[in-house]
Write a protein that binds this ligand. Structure first.
Ligand code: G6P
Length: 604
């Protein structure tokens, strides 16, 4: 993971790097640092903790250009000042920041130590600074290329050398790196979020590529120096969408942005004439769809849970066998890739390492892969055969909320499109279109009940553990609800398929362990009531999330408007986001940056 940023130009790099790091902090936030080239050599500051702590310790005279900055999510070595980046060579002339994992770091460390190099950190990354210095070529880019030839693993790196203040060298293999083209200045970062304040013109590097940045331009090549040309793209989002807009937390802001996010996901995609979805980026014609025998959805974390829900929608509406699997497991089990299967990779960031690896494994085996992605131009988006963009706007808080819901909407559109080419009749298609059209307003109505949800959260916030249950299409929502609660409140939460309760977890039920039950008003409603009765018989408190105001056996009910059975689960997820938020807020948690987590997991 980790965020990296680099700057070269006539300004002082320090404030540019600090601002970039703040935007990147969601990628990791256990330590941070920066280095700039000043007339007397490199100036370096690094610290355990967050970017604001780094900023507080930087003296006024700390000025220079070019510079590199880093915010860390520890993989090798605990969060400490020494392990924070940038890392330097022994002579303190080269400084590097690195995102990724150097897999042969142990061997490289031993080799460097046997040559008399002293390593001052426990990180895998430090070897890069020493290897670059040891290469000792007249041009930094040649030294970087030599060093990278010795390295196995993944990296996005930026390097500076105090003896060559006219350039920054960056390279990419497996970890994102984007160049930002300014007016007589250049930037690079692991995410466009760090660049948009300064420029909208960006260039995405591909794996195995590097770039030399100078104040007046850049040159891209492969690591073996073959020049390549990449046309710059214009980033759409303005810097405003990265602000808090009066909310205390990004999570709160993003939960409240859902009506607009969903409206954007639907915009221009509802085809009322043929009662289907219009999805221009899929690249699948009717004949392709007719030949699909199976659909497999892949993702990690909330993206995986959205995939579970998508599978139920696809089976329900399109009657194509569908299932979801976590991309991290899929990639390592030598999956059987069927020629008539369609694969769908789901990723908000489009940069999750395990999801990218799954896409590459599939492509290598000749599969057709679609991407459901939020970040335009991200790796998953670029490597898939086609797909659906969410257009949810930037999601900053580590816990996914609006992108989970928007992904669910995108999957509903996909299910509708596939269904209408297969056996779903026009009246059924219209039923789904009408229900989807109502979503933005229905979500608004759920958000209006925030005070009630906060009241329920405050009643249960002292629980040491909670169970979440749901059946079939309610089950993924139970998983996502439990995920939200555990990651931001640190309360232990586990999700089960409701019928599984009696096969084990019922042993945990009692007055101290509340159960959050996802209860759609569908054909399985009576079955769900039986589960609630079983819990109440053991004096377990039940918090039901449902559209039925007459639900029995519940200590508290979080109510949502009624929708069609295939889509209702998505609405049921909204109160659970606010529930987790208010539990976490009442406990004073670090809601946007929960401990040990990062938003974009760009390492294995
Ligand atoms: C991390 C985040 C989760 C997210 C998952 C997948 O674990 O903390 O909130 O669901 O990554 O991220 P992606 O960007 O691929 O959707």
């Amino acid at each position: 993971m980790c965020g990296i940023v680099a700057y070269i130009g006539s300004r002082d790099a320090t404030p540019v790097l600090l601002e970039g790091l703040q935007r990147l902090e969601y990628r990791g936030y256990d330590s941070a640092g920066l280095a700039v080239v000043a007339p007397g050599g490199l100036k370096v500051r690094k610290t355990t903790g967050k970017v604001r702590e780094l900023e507080a310790g930087i003296p006024r005279r700390f000025k220079g250009s070019p510079g590199v900055g880093h915010t860390r999510w520890a993989t090798h070595g605990v969060p400490s000042d020494a392990n924070a980046h940038p890392h330097l060579d022994g002579a303190a002339q080269v400084a590097i920041v690195h995102n990724g994992i150097i897999e042969n770091a142990t061997d490289l460390r031993a080799r460097l130590e046997s040559e008399g190099v002293t390593l001052v950190s426990e990180t895998d990354s430090e070897v890069l600074a020493h290897l670059i210095a040891r290469a000792g070529r007249p041009d930094l880019e040649d030294s970087v290329a030599d060093a990278l030839k010795l390295v196995e693993g993944t990296y996005g790196i930026a390097a500076i050398d105090s003896r060559q203040p006219d350039r920054v060298v960056v390279a990419r293999n497996g970890s994102p790196l984007i160049l930002g083209i300014g007016d007589k200045e250049m930037l690079a970062a692991s995410d466009v979020a760090a660049l948009v304040r300064f420029t909208r013109q960006v260039v995405h590097l591909e794996d195995g590529e590097m770039a030399v940045l100078r104040a007046d331009g850049y040159r891209t090549s492969t690591l073996d120096h073959r020049p390549i040309t990449r046309a710059p793209l214009t980033v759409e989002q303005g810097q405003d969408s990265y602000g808090l807009d009066g909310h205390i937390h990004y999570l709160h802001k993003e939960i409240h942005e859902q009506p607009e996010a969903v409206a954007r996901a639907l915009s221009g995609r509802l085809d009322r004439r043929f009662s289907t979805a219009h999805l221009g980026g899929l690249g699948l014609d009717a004949r392709d769809v007719a030949g699909i025998r199976r659909i497999k959805l892949l993702g990690c974390g909330s993206a995986y849970f959205a995939g579970l829900l998508g599978a139920t929608m696809i089976e329900g509406l399109a009657r194509i066998p569908a299932d979801a699997e976590s991309a991290s497991e899929f990639r390592y089990r030598n999956p059987v890739v069927e020629p008539d299967a369609l694969y769908v990779a789901i990723s908000q960031s489009g940069e999750t390492a395990d999801t990218i690896a799954a896409v590459r494994e599939l492509k290598r085996k000749g599969a057709r892969v679609l991407g459901i992605v939020n970040v335009v131009g991200s790796t998953v988006a670029r490597e898939c055969d086609g797909g659906i963009y969410l257009h949810a706007g930037p999601e900053i808080s580590v816990a996914s909320t609006k992108t989970f819901t928007s992904t669910g909407v995108a999957l509903a559109l996909l299910a509708l499109y596939l269904g209408r080419i297969r056996d779903l009749g026009p009246a059924e298609g219209k039923r789904i279109i009408d229900a989807l059209s109502e979503f933005p307003d229905q979500i608004r109505r759920v958000l209006d009940t925030e005070a009630d949800i906060a009241g329920v959260a405050n009643r249960f916030n002292q629980s040491a553990s909670m169970l979440f249950i749901g059946r079939v299409s309610g089950y993924p929502i139970a998983e996502e609800g439990a995920q939200k609660l555990k990651e931001i409140s640190y309360i232990h939460a586990e999700a089960y398929a409701a019928p599984e309760l009696k096969h084990g977890p019922l042993a945990l039920i009692g007055p101290e362990v509340p159960t959050v039950a996802v209860v759609p008003d569908d054909a399985l409603y009576p079955k769900n009531l039986s589960s609630l009765a079983e819990i109440r018989a053991r004096r377990g408190p039940v918090i039901a999330v449902t559209s039925r105001s007459d639900i029995p056996d519940a200590e508290a009910a979080l109510l949502v408007p009624r929708s069609e059975p295939e889509l209702a689960p998505l609405l049921l997820g909204i109160p659970l986001q606010l529930f987790a938020y208010h539990v976490a807020a009442s406990l004073g948690r670090d809601i946007d940056q929960p401990r040990n987590l990062a938003k974009s997991v760009t390492v294995e």
